[in-house]
Design a protein around this ligand. Structure first.
Ligand code: AMP
Ligand code: GLY
Length: 432
């Protein structure tokens, strides 16, 4: 890599702000460009108005700006083949090919792969027509899980507690076509009970190294009530996912996944996200994603010790070593501040105050997710507006910092959960 390297970060959400922040902390002092970026990212990088799914525009940008390394945040450009295009032109990328991204873009692909690789996952049946799917659910114990095959921005999974609910979901996906192409094929899956955690890993296609386990909080309201969201907060590491369990996840999930991809002739350079259910007899995979989680990235990335630019470079060039991933001995959290009306109909355009005061707290970073600047002022511009991240020697101390900062950031209608990490604090108290 040239010194200093020029790095492109594709995307413009909270996850990408955390990525840019982590890269900007490198002693290599990289020049960072972000497409399209956001007002928070703009403090650390040059933002260019190329959208994250504009594959041709991104390829032109990499060429014209002589980018040394591209790091792709969201799944869409990966599913559309951005990494394939860039690699074919000789440009290093952190992010898998379209073929590999099918672990996220097709639940059928992921399920069949897991079955072949003997990775523990809920049993499932696949349907391409509503009639046989409806007949099948009538014979199944409730609840059942109905999943659209394709990318559905978090709207493709329904947990049906009665046959009527299941039939309604099947009709919505397959007959009414509410998810378009993504819902034309569905999986009907066994319902699993347990604690849900996120395990991400980095791989260069040969070596795979798990990151610290995290836990997301998907429901809007405290106590896991209310509608599902993109994620309202996260923390890492997870006390009830100790190193012995992570070793099992590596052995039973990540190693067989990589071996099966290799066997299929599919190379993978980037992040693998495994959503896991910790059941009584061990971890089961609920889903794979081909990218970092959002907001998990905002909790986990600030805990990385060592040079994140070097880590990304090693992934992109196929020379990753286990020792490249090292951690600070701290806990990390991220509290999502969302708009009034989120997730259904977020109200936007509300002025924001208190950002400087919140950012001034030691060990706190306010990552922008859905903001815009209007005549020099930051206003809300999305459902999830900020991810307030904090790190400290204990989870409780990190939460205290993050909540102090979350209270300082003000905009009308702000909603956030007060119980991020509460489950971990409780389990820790029980364990000690
Ligand atoms: P997915 O997009 O596949 O992760 O599903 C979204 C959410 O639905 C997950 O985060 C789980 O909370 C839940 N879920 C998915 N599959 C199952 C399952 N087989 N059993 C129980 N809950 C599930
Ligand atoms: N936080 C869940 C996800 O990124 O898919």
């Amino acid at each position: 890599m040239r010194q200093p390297p020029t790095i492109l970060v594709v995307g413009g959400g909270g996850r990408e702000h955390a990525l840019v922040w982590a890269l900007a902390g490198s002693p290599r002092r990289p020049v960072i460009i972000s497409a399209p970026g956001n007002p928070g990212i703009a403090d650390l990088a040059r933002c260019v108005p190329v959208q994250a799914d504009d594959i041709e525009g991104l390829v032109r940008l990499v060429q014209s700006e002589r980018i040394d390394l591209t790091v792709v945040g969201p799944e869409k450009p990966l599913a559309l083949g951005l990494a394939d295009r860039l690699r074919a032109l000789g440009h290093p990328v952190v992010g898998p090919s379209a073929a590999a991204a099918q672990i996220e873009s097709s639940k059928q692909f992921a399920k069949e792969l897991m079955t072949r690789a003997k990775i523990p996952t809920a049993s499932a049946a696949i349907f391409e027509a509503a009639g046989p799917a409806i007949k099948y659910v009538k014979s199944r114990p409730m609840p059942v899980v109905i999943k659209a095959d394709g990318l559905a921005q978090g709207k493709g999974v329904v947990i049906a507690r009665s046959p009527q609910e299941a039939i309604r979901a099947i009709e919505q996906f397959m007959t009414a076509g509410v998810l378009g192409e993504a819902g034309h094929r569905i999986l009907i899956e066994q319902f699993l009970v347990g604690d849900e955690i996120t395990c991400m890993a980095v791989t260069d296609g040969l070596t795979i190294v798990p990151l610290l386990p995290a836990q997301d909080h998907k429901q809007l309201l405290d106590g896991g009530r209310g509608p599902n969201t993109g994620g309202m907060g996260a923390y890492a590491p997870v006390p009830f996912a100790p190193p012995a369990l992570m070793a099992r996840v590596e052995r039973e999930v990540f190693q067989p996944l990589l071996a099966e991809l290799n066997h299929m002739g599919i190379d993978y350079q980037g992040i693998i996200y495994a959503g896991l259910m910790l059941c009584r007899d061990g971890p089961y995979v609920l889903e794979f994603n081909c990218r970092l989680g959002d907001p998990e990235a905002q909790a986990v990335l600030p805990l990385l010790a060592g040079d994140v630019v070097d880590l990304c470079d090693a992934v992109a060039h196929g020379r990753l070593q286990t020792s490249d991933v090292r951690w600070r001995n701290e806990s990390g959290v991220c509290i999502v501040l969302a708009s009034e009306g989120y997730p259904d109909a977020p109200v936007t355009g509300r002025p924001v105050t208190g950002l400087a005061e919140a950012n001034a707290i030691e060990g706190v970073q306010v990552f922008h997710a859905g903001t815009a600047t209007v005549t020099g002022r930051v206003v809300t511009n999305g459902g999830r507006v900020f991810g307030v991240a904090a790190q400290a020697p204990t989870l409780q101390a990190a939460l205290d910092r993050a909540y102090r900062a979350a209270d300082l950031v003000r905009f009308e209608g702000k909603q956030f959960r007060r119980d991020i990490g509460a489950r971990a604090i409780r389990s820790h108290t029980t364990l000690t």
